[in-house]
Unconditional design. Structure first.
Length: 42
């Protein structure tokens, strides 16, 4: 998903002190939420 990549790049550039694991799990939670929303629309 291009949106997720944009979010990740923005967070990395705007919050350079964020821990890599924290960023990873934040992106994972965002992906999961978007996937659940798409499933709910079916």
């Amino acid at each position: 998903m291009r949106d997720i990549q944009i979010l990740q790049d923005t967070l990395q550039s705007q919050c350079p002190t964020i821990h890599k694991k924290r960023l990873h799990f934040l992106i994972l939670a965002t992906k999961s939420s978007l996937d659940a929303e798409q499933i709910g629309r079916m």
